[in-house]
Ligand binder design. Structure first.
Ligand SMILES: C[S@@+](CC[C@H](N)C(=O)[O-])C[C@H]1O[C@@H](n2cnc3c(N)ncnc32)[C@H](O)[C@@H]1O
Length: 233
């Protein structure tokens, strides 16, 4: 039987652009620590006019958090969903010309390098595992020496049994926060094209990409923040 076609991700995420932000704190129960840890790691030993690349930036939630931690930073936001990026432009309007958005696929060549921080939230799990590894390698190349790659991500369990537990805990946590059947049904539809990989597999991909000090800085069931630094020269 032929595989079902993967829906076009551009149309796919733009379908939920009007409800996306409002549901985040319900669908991501560890919201503050998830984005907060990523911002802390981005700003670790770093300040001033640093260059940040946000991969799969969506409505700019992650870039907004990073901008609060790195107030002089400039940002390039990449996403294939133009309506999501329009929301990001609105969110980041106070940064004026320090923000650039780019409609592109994460499999495309990255914007010209020299980034101090390359960060991503909840986007790379849409790629196949070989595409994830390739993206991490290209991101590592696009970092300045000492730069950091951060992936705040939805991850797979290391075993099938734990993966089921991840899913059950997520159901329970989101319902406790007030998720309705309709919200969870829409989320399930949106997540039907997800291809998450485990923490261990992705940390190995970070190391294979030449990153050091590779670590999982935060984890709460299916949500994790992965980090690796490009060695200084
Ligand atoms: C769940 S949203 C996360 C958005 C944002 N990073 C956040 O933290 O809220 C996933 C985003 O990744 C984008 N995306 C998924 N696959 C992509 C791909 N192959 N190339 C570019 N963007 C992609 C989607 O369009 C969507 O905006």
């Amino acid at each position: 039987m032929p595989a079902a076609p993967v829906p076009d991700a551009q149309a796919w995420f733009d379908r939920w652009v009007d409800t996306y932000d409002a549901e985040r704190r319900i669908l991501l129960p560890s919201f503050d620590l998830f984005y907060g840890t990523t911002a802390e790691a981005a700003a670790l030993g770093r300040s001033g006019p640093v260059r940040v690349l946000d991969l799969g930036a969506g409505t700019g939630l992650l870039s907004g958090t990073l901008a609060a931690a790195l107030p002089e930073a400039s940002f390039v936001l990449v996403d294939e969903a133009p309506a999501m990026l329009e929301k990001a432009q609105e969110r980041l309007a106070p940064l004026e010309d320090r923000v650039r958005t780019l409609v592109a696929d994460l499999r495309d060549p990255l914007p010209e390098g020299g980034f101090d921080v390359i960060a991503s939230a909840l986007a790379i799990h849409h790629l196949a595992d070989d595409e994830k590894a390739d993206l991490y390698r290209r991101a590592s190349e696009a970092l300045r020496p000492g730069g950091v790659l951060l992936n705040a991500e939805q991850v797979a369990g290391p075993t099938a049994a734990l993966d089921v537990a991840y899913r059950e805990r997520w159901d329970a946590h989101t319902r406790a926060l007030g998720a309705t059947d309709a919200t969870l049904a829409a989320a399930a539809e949106r997540m039907s094209i997800d291809r998450p990989a485990s923490v261990e597999d992705q940390l190995a991909m970070f190391r294979a990409a030449g990153l050091v000090q590779v670590d999982c800085l935060f984890k709460h069931w299916r949500f994790a923040v992965l980090a690796g630094w490009k060695p200084p020269v």
